[in-house]
Design a protein around this ligand. Structure first.
Ligand code: NI
Length: 173
């Protein structure tokens, strides 16, 4: 396993549409292992492969709040049903450091995917799990949570991130 660098906005990779995985082979498993380690290290509760620069439809998540790790691996996740009822969560993203906004999404959804062993599964998600998997699947289509905000709110976040990046680059000798 290896830690990978997480891309942040405005990296154009984050706007790429990721392609389907043909087979869950050892290479994909190694990718999922690296992604999980990188996500835990960040720390975060979800990570899409494109966030480490790999344009494949792979997501890892762990929303457990206890000490015991409960990772979920998604290959080619696809939403096959979503509820009419929405819920609102304050979302953040490892690719948009330190910025948060309230986002409205379907409260429940069903997701078809392949697991770590390439087995087809269906997840019936609600609450935080539902929001999180929708956020991650958006990444696979090049969509970020800030895209749901008004232009004004989005611009404020973009400016804040670029300002903090510049401050990080500053060197005093
Ligand atoms: Ni994200």
């Amino acid at each position: 396993m290896a830690l990978k660098k997480i891309l942040t906005i405005p990296d154009s990779n984050l706007r790429k549409k990721s392609t389907e995985v043909e087979k869950v082979d050892n290479k994909i498993k190694a990718l999922m292992d690296d992604m999980l380690e990188t996500m835990y290290n960040a720390p975060g509760i979800g990570l899409a492969a494109i966030q480490i620069g790999i344009p494949k439809r792979v997501v890892v998540m762990d929303i457990s709040k206890n000490e015991k790790k409960e990772p979920i691996y998604f290959v080619n996740p696809k939403i096959i049903w979503k509820s009419d009822l929405n819920s609102i969560y304050e979302e953040g993203c490892l690719s948009i450091p330190n910025q948060f906004a309230k986002i409205e999404r379907p409260e429940k959804c069903h997701v078809k995917y392949l697991d770590y062993n390439g087995k087809e599964k269906i997840l019936k998600a609600e609450g935080l799990l539902s929001t999180c998997i929708q956020h991650e699947i958006d990444h696979l289509d090049g969509i970020l949570f800030i895209d749901y905000l008004s232009k004004l709110k989005k611009d404020i976040i973009l400016k804040k991130v670029s300002k903090s990046k510049k401050e990080l680059e500053r060197v005093v000798v």
